[in-house]
Write a protein that binds this ligand. Structure first.
Ligand code: ADP
Ligand code: MG
Length: 478
């Protein structure tokens, strides 16, 4: 019997070899061991559930052709999947399927195969990872404590906290966080990872960005280590995949991720992903993967508003033991309007000046630092000039900008002028208010926020602001 099934399988391999390229042949067919053949059923042993699924996804026609070619039209194939490689004392634990239905996808059936305690096994623990020593690739400096909460990130943060308390148990699985550059996605997901490591030390936590994942996968593929690769991933209790959008167009990597995702999700493991856009806008992804992304909770992080930026600045400087005057913090919160990563650069540079060069942190130093980092701030432009340019542009009188008029046709130009004063001068909010008929600093903040909101909501308005901005900048560099 042994010999017979070996011969049958060898004949099958001859047919398969003609159908697939060498690399795939070596990866997917060589590791298969023929176990037995009874009547017209050939049973083959495959090293893992994943392996089985991959064959079923990709090679059913090839396998069919081979089995039918060797055993005749009624020939069928059964899989025996190793779910625990065992050792000398304990023989490998195996699960058979598809229980006679023949070459049909039968995923998830391992729990119904009579092995009552199968769930007790980690199916792929060939090389068991130790949660205490495994490298989680987390940066310990990211935590919930130093993640400032604001309207811009409230939902994402509380979902993150819920997941950190009960990974895999809430309905937030997967948790998909999205948002533009520097809105705090990496900070937040790393905080979740760090929190779980601290409070649930038996959990295996892994943070990878898309780039690491892809490179590891390609490396494994090249070196015929796919088994090791997925054995590793399937032992993880919390998988964080950062910047998933870059998997776009990478079909094989997506394929692998899809399988890992399914396995982890099925066994109640937590998955967290980040992306620069909502799943519906991700391009170059397989539909079935996108639909998985939407299973749990999708939450966005927005650009931080002025108050949150201010809190982030204070928070960061304080944690480094440096005091920053409010007017400097306000100036930075408004002037660095690209993203928080640039802000971090500016703050680091300020700290460098303050600690190593023993300079005092004041507006002058802040301005000097900004000059080197944010090109836009090149030189000063006066409040008068801004007010005049804006008044001309909107065809309103200069005096009305400074008066207490509350008509909409005046209010909007006035707010725009305030916005540019904050952006292009070093005046504090209070001083800007002074220049607009003695308004207080909260009125100025309100103006700045309104302008930003309107720019987001109304593209015509945004164009006007951009146009004005060009006029003002021309003056600055001349
Ligand atoms: P993303 O991954 O969304 O591009 P990051 O998480 O890398 O953004 O954030 C960029 C920088 O801004 C990091 O230094 C991060 O610590 C900081 N940051 C972002 N959001 C917050 C926040 N809410 N509180 C504190 N720091 C933040
Ligand atoms: Mg990031």
């Amino acid at each position: 019997m042994e010999v017979e099934c070996g011969t049958i399988w060898n004949d099958c391999l001859e047919i398969i070899r003609k159908e697939v390229d060498e690399q795939n042949f070596n990866t997917w067919f060589k590791p298969i061991i023929p176990l037995r053949s009874e009547a017209d059923v050939l049973t083959i042993q495959v090293p893992s559930q994943f392996f089985y699924e991959w064959l079923e996804e990709h090679y059913v026609p090839v396998l069919k052709k081979a089995v039918h070619g060797v055993l005749g039209a009624s020939g069928r194939l059964e899989y025996s999947v190793i779910v625990d490689s065992g050792n000398h004392q304990n023989p490998p634990l195996m699960v058979n399927y598809p229980n006679g239905t023949g070459m049909k996808r039968n995923s998830g059936s391992q729990n119904q195969n009579g092995n009552g305690n199968l769930d007790d096994y980690s199916p792929f623990s060939f090389k068991a990872l130790d949660p205490r020593t495994v490298n989680s690739r987390l940066n310990p400096s990211y935590s919930f404590d130093n993640f400032v909460e604001g309207d811009c990130n409230r939902l994402a943060r509380s979902a993150g906290l819920a997941v950190a308390k009960k990974p895999g148990v809430t309905s937030f699985n997967p948790l998909m966080l999205y948002g533009g550059v520097g809105v705090g996605k990496t900070h937040l997901v790393q905080s979740i990872g760090n929190e779980i490591k601290k409070s649930l030390p038996d959990k295996i936590v892994l943070y990878v960005d898309q780039n690491d994942f892809t490179n590891q996968f390609l490396n494994a593929l090249q070196n015929h280590k796919l088994q090791d690769f997925q054995n590793f991933y399937l032992q993880v209790d919390l998988l964080i995949l950062d910047d998933v959008q870059f998997l776009s167009g990478r079909e094989k990597t997506q394929e692998m991720f899809f399988h890992i995702f399914n396995q982890l999700h099925q066994s109640g493991k937590q998955i967290i992903m980040t992306s620069d856009c909502p799943p519906r806008d991700l391009k170059g992804f397989q539909e079935r993967l996108l639909s998985r992304f939407k299973w749990g909770l999708t939450a966005d992080l927005q650009e931080p508003d002025f108050e949150t930026k201010l809190a982030i600045i204070h928070n960061k400087m304080e944690s480094d033991g440096i005091e920053i005057p409010t007017e400097v913090a306000e100036y930075l919160a408004y002037s660095v309007d690209t993203n928080l990563r640039d802000m971090e650069g500016v703050l680091n540079s300020l700290m460098f000046h303050a600690t190593l060069l023993k300079k005092e942190i004041d507006l002058e130093l802040a301005k000097e630092v900004l000059k080197n980092i944010v090109k836009e701030i090149q030189s000063d432009v006066s409040v008068d000039f801004i007010q005049k340019t804006v008044a001309d542009y909107f065809k309103v009188s200069l005096d009305s900008l400074k008066a207490k008029v509350k008509k909409r046709e005046i209010v909007i130009p006035r707010q725009v002028a305030m916005y540019f004063c904050k952006r292009y001068t070093q005046l504090t909010l209070a001083l800007i208010g002074e220049n607009f008929g003695g308004r207080d600093h909260s009125t100025v903040i309100h103006a700045l926020e309104s302008v930003e909101d309107m720019m987001k909501a109304d593209s015509n308005f945004k164009n006007s602001v951009d146009e004005l901005s060009k006029k003002l900048k021309l003056r600055m560099v001349s």
